[in-house]
Design a protein around this ligand. Structure first.
Ligand code: ADP
Length: 462
């Protein structure tokens, strides 16, 4: 910023102070030259006198037009101190020859004081540095006679103007530097500082510290970026916690059955009387639990892996539900569960049959595990215009409202202890979520504590 401002001021300085004289001089000379061209072009014009008056008035020029034998055709020398009138015969000859040798034009410049010394000194002073130019333009009149146009102009020194500009520039310089300092302070406070603070936090984030707060406050965009980073941080933190939790839970859940299996096996090997069918059943159950856990984990990683595709076929959903419910007949008979299915029509839609059956199976299993003492589970199929909604309703302990959001997350297990021995892996609902998301289905859960829960999903019929 400072370099830019100093550069800008230097540029100003160069143009306004250093090159000001040259600029002024070249502009003045250009004016004189174009005046000469105008006069030369109108040399035969009967209004030449008016034209000359006008041109000389505009540009503060003295004009002399000289014809054959150095005869004055016209002279316009109103301006004070014109030196054209005092040009000697020799000078005129000199100008003429120079002009002829330089393609018809010639520019002569001299210090004014040398010519006017003793004449106008009282006006201009002895130390006058004023310059004047005499410009000669050769042309021809209508009768092909040579005509010499002499123009005389003063080039006033612009020292005083230059000094004024210089003084002004110093003030401008100071004001601009001060303003830029203020600007730099404001900008660094509102832009650079927050970005640096955010960068420092981002470096920590890159090192794997997710439990941090971005504290960048400034302009709207910076605050927004800060908020987005904070949100990203919270999400990363969540993922990190899930990961830790998952590893802890999986290793815990693997260890328990493994300890049981190895414990019972050792007992059966060492103590002859312990080789009973009950003990073998425990080993088989624990091995099943292990394989369930591994299956669930594999299913989940498959669903959440990229490129997971669905095997969509036109399937009768109502029939699928009935089929699953049949598996529970024994449970109904032996333990008194009441599973009812309410539907008013059969619906058929495009879906991946095996996967949706897994969803239904997981939801119904959960309902059986968590339903209340009346052992009631209701499955409802509600068909509206273009959607079918499936509800799995139980009368159990329900789920606390603050946990409803978490329930579909991987490896979530509510803290509530359940009186029925529930052997869950905590992965069932996240498998449900993955499958329903693949089907672009809506899903959710509504629950009232101690009254029951309703897990539902909705799919488009077409
Ligand atoms: P799990 O194999 O442990 O059942 P899920 O992912 O299916 O795993 O369920 C996650 C958690 O959600 C369960 O541990 C339980 O706390 C809660 N949950 C699931 N279904 C119900 C339900 N019908 N009623 C009450 N809580 C439920």
């Amino acid at each position: 910023m400072s370099i830019f401002i100093v550069g800008l001021l230097l540029f100003l300085w160069l143009f306004q102070v250093v090159f000001l004289d040259q600029f002024y001089r070249s502009i003045k000379i250009n004016n004189v030259k174009s005046a000469a061209v105008t006069i030369a072009g109108n040399i035969d014009n009967e209004n030449i006198l008016n034209i000359v008056s006008e041109v000389s008035g505009q540009n503060e020029l003295c004009v002399r037009i000289i014809g054959l034998n150095q005869q004055d055709l016209l002279a316009k020398q109103d301006n004070l101190g014109c030196s054209l009138s005092s040009i000697t015969y020799n000078d005129l000859n000199n100008f003429y020859e120079n002009a002829i040798n330089h393609n018809g034009t010639y520019l002569h410049s001299q210090n004014l004081s040398t010519i006017r010394e003793g004449v106008n000194w009282f006006k201009y002073g002895f130390n006058n540095k004023e310059q004047e130019i005499i410009y000669v333009q050769m042309t021809q009149d209508g009768s092909n006679n040579e005509v010499m146009i002499l123009l005389n102009a003063r080039i006033s020194p612009i020292n005083t103007t230059g000094e004024t500009i210089r003084a002004q520039l110093i003030y401008i310089f100071m004001i601009v530097i001060l303003a830029s300092l203020v600007l730099v302070v404001i900008m660094s406070k509102r832009i650079v500082n927050p970005i640096m603070a955010m960068n420092n936090s981002a470096k920590l984030l890159a090192k794997g510290e997710f439990d941090l707060q971005f504290k960048g406050k400034g302009y709207l965009e910076i605050t927004e970026l800060n908020d987005s980073l904070n949100k990203a941080c919270i999400e990363l933190n969540k993922v990190e916690n899930y990961r830790k939790e998952l590893i802890a839970n999986v290793s815990h859940d693997l260890r328990t059955p493994l300890t049981m299996i190895s414990g019972y096996s050792e007992v059966m090997r060492d103590i002859p009387g312990e080789n009973s069918p009950e003990n073998i059943q425990i080993i088989i159950d624990e091995a099943k639990r292990l394989s369930n856990l591994v299956n669930d984990l594999m299913a989940l990683s498959k669903f959440q892996g990229e490129g997971q595709s669905l095997n969509l076929t036109q399937t009768n959903l109502t029939y699928s539900i009935k089929k699953i419910l049949q598996r529970y007949t024994k449970l109904k008979e032996q333990e008194g569960y009441q599973l009812s299915f309410e539907f008013d029509q059969e619906v058929s839609l495009m879906m991946d049959e095996a996967k949706i059956e897994q969803v239904l199976y997981n939801l119904i299993n959960n309902a059986i595990n968590y339903t209340g003492d009346d052992l009631k589970i209701t499955i409802k199929q509600i068909v509206s215009e273009d959607t079918v909604r499936i509800e799995v309703i139980d009368t159990g302990i329900g789920i606390e409202s603050d946990q409803l959001e978490l329930i579909f997350d991987r490896y979530y297990k509510s803290n509530q202890m359940h009186k029925r021995a529930v052997v869950g892996t905590g992965l069932g609902l996240s498998i449900v979520k993955s499958i329903l998301q693949l089907h672009n289905a809506k899903y959710g859960v509504e629950s009232i504590l101690n009254e029951g829960s309703t897990f539902w999903f909705e799919m488009k019929l077409k």
